[in-house]
Design a protein around this ligand. Structure first.
Ligand code: SF4
Length: 389
């Protein structure tokens, strides 16, 4: 683990404006340009008489080159830079802690500009390597909220409660910073993004869809939407909305139990949106998009790892092409659920295979660095926010 008191981190910290990540702040009332979508940035430039290509240049400086000062945007006219300097600012998050696991996983703790007690979020870089040791997939797991309202029993973030949504700019910032780390460390840009960090992504629908759209823009990191996955505990209305809006990225369902009684016990959301309703929403999504759905299933010792559980899981996922990730749980302090035993994992996988379910075991990454979401932020000490349970 290292505190980021390096030049890079401290320079960013000094430069960062002491303001809230909104369009105005209590000190200067300046506009946060990163709170604008690409369309809004275009409109803002048009309002000021700057042609469209200037908006594109500004967007590119913000999201591709990662510049933090208007004066460094050298291809913008001096007058435009001066105007922006006086009337706008570039809000950003500041890396404050970095932990690297022996398996290569790196966890980042970021400080937001809230000046609140609960102003930390986490993101993780998960590298996969070729046999020769070169980096293959570089997946970033990003946070979408500070804390989370849904209180899943196995989740460290769920213990925090909910404090606030992240803006799309704050979500893109996590990706941009980690992309820079990937370039420095592995000489290549990130290859995949999963919205599976702190928070329930579909509970912050607008920011996550806007951030995914920015990340896949050719003037930004330009990551294909096919490489972006949004996970949800099962917000049925928003799953249907993704389909209706033809959002181009992938959907993953955090299922974790396929029997209502058991899911009720570990995921309070299931009491109001049960497995039948969830399946209906996913069917609606599949009919509209024909995209393979991914299901995430944390395997807990003697809780959801029986033959009966495997049969129930096959029923829930087997009606259409799907991918099932059986995840070996990173134990969390104070949580009574534990990682399943290897022999029970084998029985479970064999049973799924009999049902012809395509399932992959995902070994936990970064056990030695508390890589489970929320573990770092919680350890840093936060009081409890809002929660549904
Ligand atoms: S698992 Fe996801 S939805 Fe559940 S409490 Fe944790 S962050 Fe929230």
């Amino acid at each position: 683990m290292r505190e980021l008191s390096s030049d890079k981190a401290s320079a960013q910290s000094e430069d960062a404006p002491s303001i809230t990540p909104t369009k105005s702040n209590d000190v200067t009332d300046k506009l946060d340009v990163k709170s604008l979508t690409k369309g809004e940035l275009l409109a803002y430039c048009a309002e000021h008489g700057w042609p469209r290509f200037r908006a594109d240049q500004l967007f590119q400086w913000l999201y591709q080159k990662g510049v933090h000062e208007f004066e460094d945007m050298t291809n913008l006219p001096k007058k435009m830079r001066e105007y922006l300097q006086e009337n706008a600012f570039i809000n950003r998050i500041t890396p404050s802690l970095e932990q690297q696991s022996k398996d290569g996983t790196i966890k980042f703790l970021f400080q937001l500009n809230d000046r609140q007690e609960n102003d930390k979020i986490e993101a993780v870089l998960i590298p996969d390597f070729y046999p020769d040791g070169a980096a293959n997939r570089l997946t970033v797991c990003v946070s979408s909220q500070v804390g989370c309202v849904f209180a899943c029993r196995f989740c460290a973030t769920g213990k925090m409660g909910f404090f606030r949504n992240l803006s799309h700019g704050e979500i893109v910032d996590q990706v941009q910073y980690i992309n820079e780390v990937a370039m420095e460390k592995y000489g290549k840009k990130i290859t995949n993004i999963v919205y599976m960090g702190m928070g329930e992504p579909l509970h912050n629908y607008t920011a996550i869809t806007q951030s995914a759209s920015i990340i896949s823009d050719p003037l930004s990191i330009e990551l294909s939407p096919k490489r972006i996955t949004v996970s949800t505990v099962g917000l049925t209305k928003q799953i249907k909305k993704l389909a209706d809006e033809e959002q181009p990225f992938n959907l993953a369902i955090s299922l974790h139990a396929a029997i209502d009684d058991k899911r009720d016990k570990i995921m309070p959301i299931n009491s109001s949106m049960n497995l039948v309703q969830l399946k209906q929403a996913v069917q609606y999504y599949y009919q509209a998009t024909e995209r393979t759905i991914t299901y995430e299933y944390l395997l807990f010792d003697e809780f959801n790892d029986s033959i009966e559980d495997a049969d129930a899981l096959a029923c829930i996922v087997g009606w259409a092409p799907s991918k099932v990730n059986i995840i070996m749980y990173n134990n969390v302090a104070g949580v009574a659920l534990h990682r399943a035993r290897e022999d029970r994992l084998d029985y479970f996988m064999n049973r799924l295979s009999k049902h012809k379910i395509q399932a992959t075991v995902r070994r936990s990454r970064g056990d030695d660095i508390d890589a489970g979401c929320g573990q770092l932020a919680i350890r840093e000490g936060t009081p409890r926010g809002k929660s549904i349970a």
